[in-house]
Write a protein that binds this ligand. Sequence first.
Ligand code: AMP
Ligand code: MG
Length: 269
Amino acid sequence: MPHSQPLHPTNGERVRLADYAPDFVGTYNKQSAQEVLDSNLARLRELQNVLYAEHKHAVLIILQGMDASGKDGTIRHVMRGINPQGVQVTSFKVPTAEELDHDFLWRIHQHTPGRGMIAIFNRSHYEDVLVVRVEELVPRSVWEARYEHINAFERLLADSGVTILKFFLHISKAEQKKRLEERLRLPEKRWKFAVGDLHVRQKWNDYMAAYEDALTRCNTPWAPWYIVPADRKWYRNLVISSVLVETLERLDMRYPSAEPGLERIIIPD
Ligand code: AMP
Ligand code: MG
């Protein structure tokens, strides 16, 4: 895929989101992107089938981004067509009292994918260094330690056969305004509007600073971050589907070999 804007920041390099244009679309337009998306989705279906059959690898897809950045839309458009039996989507909300009584990864770990499965996180443990940091829900010393906790946790998953992909859906503040206005206007979207989202929008710069830290400090070889230009939904879908296909291709999966002697079997009437 031609891409003159880096999609995956170099490991160890400080991420500055100002260097990443949210409206970047490379050489694509809506129509050419749609063609690639369609072929990616067809390939994805085949790859998922082998993933499930081989029962060796697991895949964890983490979606993070501001309100209206397209986390739900990505799940709808990119995961459409893959076998529901092999996918599990978890949306992480404000932690319950029981969850808060445990370490911050307790509720996360229960939803990591088993062999053969794809798990999608709509928000994730990253909220614990994003909203929790910006809103000062815990002292600095607590969230500061979490970057290392996260890296170690993701390392454990990777060492256990989980391929991790983390996507930051990068939208501009202006595009968010348009999308929130649309949410207010359209009855089928209004249910998603939370007045609290406006408070979060007001702290946009604080959130971007928190994202920059997470994208820098947790961009590891075993759990890479991708910074997805997300102002155009069609480009976002193209990028994420392409990364998914490329990553699954690299797993070099095989259907398990059949039981010996199947060629001699005759199914009785
Ligand atoms: P939504 O994604 O629109 O359903 O909203 C979920 C809300 O839960 C967002 O406002 C998140 O910031 C919030 N949330 C998710 N995880 C946490 C967390 N660990 N601590 C505090 N708030 C969280
Ligand atoms: Mg919301």
